[in-house]
Design a protein around this ligand. Structure first.
Ligand code: ATP
Ligand code: MG
Ligand code: MG
Ligand code: MG
Length: 475
């Protein structure tokens, strides 16, 4: 019986190996071949050049279980974590790929065989979507796989102005390989809010998308031109945690084996009895993305990838604060994660000590200003006469207390409020101008401007950061 996440991962790779697919290891979360992409957000990223025909490989079929992060850029699920049953910032994507080898017919047949024959999912719980004009895919589902026509849903472009933004037209980013797709959904049953894809309440969690089969046909250029790929290709992605939820008979991804121990350990550290508390789920999600990002060489910083990492860490620490954490807790979860996932990802075990130290430094830094920032924020919240926190306040929280704007927005959202993002951006712009002018006078005030005014901590730049870490290792 295939049930655990490890068994599902293995069964998937074994299945595609029997279909002559080369097993390829997961690549880093930091894309090696693509400056346009923040993080590896899908299994196809490491194969991008093979799809474009720019790279020749010794095989034309591949399969992988790819670690992914969706916390910025085109696919950003940071705001979904804690709000849906199915989104993580870090997850594993199982995939099979054809580089000019098989196309729609085999891709659909393999997926259907794996789900209904290997995993033995009940067919009547499955629905599929196809791109509006893709009669070929519709016909394959209906006539080759025998899916009833009322369970095949055509999905078109959302609006004429957003021509290629349909859920059934997949792209990695603003440029690069893309094409129409067909997606497989699982019905978790009545009593859960949400309608089938294409319906007004499709964003609920009753019908959960499990597998996307993309028929790669184009390379989109920066100006929007769609160049046909040298050979049509296939790229598929299935979220391991989502299929594990089905196999383990639970509705939420956060109830599967991988998360159970992580959440239990977080609950013990934070002395929280409510095992379904949203903050525990957020923390369990965030320890995965933060640990894996650091293992792949990302360092917390004030810009780019490092700033996304820092923002995720601070959100986790804030959720701990919400649960009245008595001490620094976040870095202590690395051990739990290493125990849970160390077998599949030995680098987690090898780097455990480094990851813990980096997270501890971050926790300590933010811990110094978190209480006072929260007090200010509570003050602002209790004196509000609209539903929007002013940009200047959001900026003050950022500048003085190290609250990233999205963190303030997250707290606001919990109380049905929002932030004035525009106002914040304007305040940020003004600060940059001031910094620019100051530097014209021969002094670099950037450092000071970035520093935390309420403590003597001098800046969050990579250099001083690395120095802190080096210091730690020498201590
Ligand atoms: P959704 O519509 O639910 O946000 P998606 O359409 O954005 O998913 P794809 O880009 O098609 O997802 O990715 C392929 C598969 O990866 C999905 O079918 C799903 O199983 C999984 N997946 C996508 N995003 C996440 C996430 N944030 N957390 C966990 N699994 C995910
Ligand atoms: Mg999505
Ligand atoms: Mg989708
Ligand atoms: Mg999808």
């Amino acid at each position: 019986m295939i049930r655990s996440s490890a068994e599902i991962r293995q069964a998937f790779l074994d299945f595609f190996a029997t279909k002559q697919h080369q097993r390829v290891a997961s690549s880093s979360l930091v894309p090696g071949n693509d400056a346009t992409l923040l993080f590896t957000n899908a299994g196809m990223v490491q194969f991008k050049d093979a799809f474009l025909g720019a790279e020749k490989r010794s095989y034309t079929r591949a399969t992988s279980s790819q670690r992914c992060v969706r916390a910025g850029g085109k696919h950003n699920d940071l705001e979904n974590v804690g709000y849906t049953a199915r989104h993580h910032t870090f997850f594993e994507m199982l995939g099979n790929f054809s580089f000019g080898d098989y196309f729609k017919e085999d891709a659909i047949a393999y997926a259907w065989e794996f789900l209904t024959d290997v995993l033995k999912l009940p067919k009547d719980r499955l629905l599929v979507t196809v791109y509006e004009s893709d009669d070929e895919a519709f016909d394959l589902w209906a006539n080759k796989m025998g899916v009833p026509e009322d369970k095949i849903i055509r999905i078109g472009d959302k609006s004429p102005s957003k021509k290629y933004e349909s859920d059934n037209f997949w792209s990695m980013g603003d440029t690069g390989p893309c094409g129409p797709c067909t997606e497989i959904f699982y019905d978790h049953g009545e009593g859960i809010f949400g309608g089938p894809p294409g319906s007004p309440d499709e964003d609920g969690d009753r019908f959960i998308e499990i597998w996307n089969l993309v028929f790669m046909q184009f390379n989109r250029q920066a100006d929007g031109t769609m160049d046909p790929l040298p050979k049509p290709a296939v790229d598929t992605g299935m979220g391991l945690e989502r299929i594990a939820a089905i196999m383990q008979d639970v509705h939420s991804n956060y109830e599967i084996d991988i998360f159970q121990n992580l959440i239990a350990d977080a609950a013990a550290l934070l002395d929280c009895n409510d095992i379904e508390h949203k903050s525990l789920r957020v923390i369990a999600d965030h320890i995965r993305s933060c640990s894996f990002l650091i293992a792949d060489g990302v360092m917390p910083s004030n810009e780019g990838r490092g700033y996304v990492l820092r923002r995720i860490i601070r959100r986790a620490v804030r959720h701990g604060h919400k649960l009245e954490a008595k001490s620094h807790f976040f870095h202590k979860l690395v051990a739990s994660l290493a125990k849970q996932m160390g077998e599949a990802y030995p680098e987690l075990v090898q780097q455990q000590a480094v990851i813990e130290k980096i997270l501890r430094v971050e926790e300590e830094q933010f811990g110094r200003t978190l209480d006072r920032g929260m007090a200010l924020l509570e003050d602002i919240l209790s004196n509000m006469d609209s539903d929007t926190i002013a940009g200047d306040d959001v900026f003050k929280l950022y500048d003085t207390y190290g609250f990233p704007a999205d963190l303030t927005a997250d707290i606001a959202r919990e109380r049905q409020l929002k932030i004035d993002q525009n106002g914040f951006d304007v305040a940020m712009g003004l600060q940059r101008e001031r910094a620019q002018q100051a530097s014209n006078f021969g002094t670099d005030y950037n450092e000071q401007l970035k520093s935390d005014h309420t403590t003597n901590f001098k800046g969050y730049t990579n250099d001083s950061y690395s120095a802190t870490v080096v210091e730690l290792f020498n201590s």
